[in-house]
Ligand binder design. Structure first.
Ligand SMILES: Nc1ncnc2c1ncn2[C@@H]1O[C@H](COP(=O)(O)OP(=O)(O)O)[C@@H](O)[C@H]1O
Ligand SMILES: [Mg+2]
Length: 425
């Protein structure tokens, strides 16, 4: 069977790696892929922001299964388009992907179905923003309604900063695109957990939980990034809490989407804040997370392709997933200067030595293969990922591997997993 993976990040490399391990898969095609995927699969150019470009490629390749990595193609309706052409695709339809592509839609949905989330107001203009801010008090969270590649959420310590942030979103000054709706949210305190589930539209199967590190600086300081590292261990959620989240958040979401005639098939990523009043939904993503996927898939012992096909065929209830016990950790190596501007095209050394270490996989994100040499091509360059019997060992393995790797200006956080380690001691 031939599998097409759309996307070019660390998430997609991890998907390609997991798919290639399936005994049923004879060919993996990545589009556009990256330097790491180019070493294991055929990579083809595509523009994942253009339906036409993706459709043309899928028509030419006729894959047996397409897995959609990023959110933009899902929000454009790539799964609807592929299905209309008789091509099997894993991911939600355009209507179901609204859970991610419109934060306003998601908030109203959560409220309709009484699923715990921060109090909020959806504002159409600046006057409504000011009214809402008076109700919530500072600190306040201001959010763009639409997809913003992680740049649409602003934490505001005061009324004045919140007003300014909303103005920036409405005017287009902040994101470059004009927002027609802005969300004002109550500020929640707690630890964040990424709770990813597979759904076939009716049944929900959780994947192992993980915790991302969004900030560039150690101790969770500095600006937000796409994610600087992640770890996964079952200890992140005790069995009772996991069950509670399943019963009160993930299952009602999938049930609600089905009731509203937009069944959700794909990965339902619940971004949760574990607050004193229980878990609250910060947001949904309608796809695998990056870098969560790297840490999750290295723990998956079952056949990923089987599981994704079970979602498409509506038989997830009969499919059990097996996991490596213990833990995994993924440390992201980024370009110097990221999330600001950075150099590209810098040669990377030590990849082979690092990959030979036990239970270690180097997932590429912003890399390219140029005349046989792997070079940097993006902000987040690599996700150095390892598994072990304990989180401490998984982290030690990932950090040992990252020390083998070098490129000019390479940066990584030395404190991935610090919250879990602190809790233990
Ligand atoms: N209501 C909130 N209270 C506190 N922090 C929040 C709140 N909403 C979002 N955040 C923080 O902002 C980050 C990004 O927000 P999120 O809604 O996940 O948007 P996106 O991932 O689309 O940028 C979250 O991971 C969380 O750290
Ligand atoms: Mg998020």
């Amino acid at each position: 069977m031939k599998v097409l993976i759309l996307g070019s990040g660390g998430r997609e490399h991890a998907l390609a790696w997991a798919v290639a391990r399936s005994p049923r898969v004879t060919e993996v095609v990545c589009a556009p892929g990256n330097g790491g995927m180019a070493k294991m699969a055929r990579c083809l150019p595509v523009n994942v922001d253009s339906l036409d470009s993706m459709i043309q490629l899928a028509e030419a390749e006729r894959p047996d299964l397409t897995i959609v990595g990023p959110e933009v193609p899902l929000s454009l309706g790539i799964v609807d388009e592929l299905q209309a052409r008789g091509l099997r695709a894993f991911g939600p339809t355009r209507a179901a992907a609204m859970l991610e592509s419109s934060k306003g839609f998601a908030k109203r949905f959560l409220q309709r179905h009484k699923i715990p989330t921060a109090n909020y107001a959806i504002c159409n203009n600046q006057a409504e923003v000011e009214k809402a801010i008076d109700i919530f008090h500072a600190p306040i969270v201001v959010k763009a309604d639409g997809l913003a590649a992680g740049k649409g959420v602003i934490m505001c310590p005061s009324r004045a900063t919140a007003i300014e942030a909303a103005e920036g979103l409405f005017s287009g000054k902040l994101l470059g695109t004009v927002e027609r709706q802005v969300l004002i949210e109550e500020f929640l305190e707690g630890d964040e957990v990424s709770f990813l589930c597979l759904s076939d539209g009716k049944h929900v199967t959780p994947l192992v939980p993980s915790q991302d590190h969004k900030r560039i600086g150690e101790g969770d300081t500095g600006p937000n990034t796409g994610g600087m590292g992640v770890y996964s261990t079952d200890a992140l959620l005790d069995p009772a809490m996991r069950e509670w989240i399943l019963r009160h958040i993930a299952e009602p979401t999938v049930r609600g989407m089905a009731e509203e005639d937009t069944p959700f098939v794909g990965v339902l990523y619940c971004g949760l804040m574990m607050t004193a009043r229980g878990p609250q939904v910060l947001e949904f993503n309608a796809r695998f997370g990056d870098p969560e996927t790297q840490a999750i898939l290295v723990r998956l012992e079952s056949d990923l392709v089987e599981a994704l096909e079970a979602c498409i065929d509506g038989r997830l209830a009969d499919t059990a997933l097996r996991w490596r016990q213990g833990a995994s950790a993924c440390v992201v190596a980024s370009s110097g200067g990221y999330p600001g501007s950075y150099k590209k095209g810098l040669p990377i050394t030590g990849l082979e030595a690092a990959a030979q270490l036990p239970e270690t996989v180097i997932f590429h994100a912003g890399t390219a293969l140029v005349d046989g040499q792997t070079v940097t091509s993006g902000g987040r360059v690599l996700g150095v990922t390892a598994t072990a019997d304990s989180l401490e060992e998984a982290l030690a393995r990932a950090y040992k591997a990252i020390k083998e790797i070098h490129f000019e200006g390479m940066y990584f956080r030395h404190d991935i997993g610090h919250r879990a380690l602190k809790k233990k001691s």
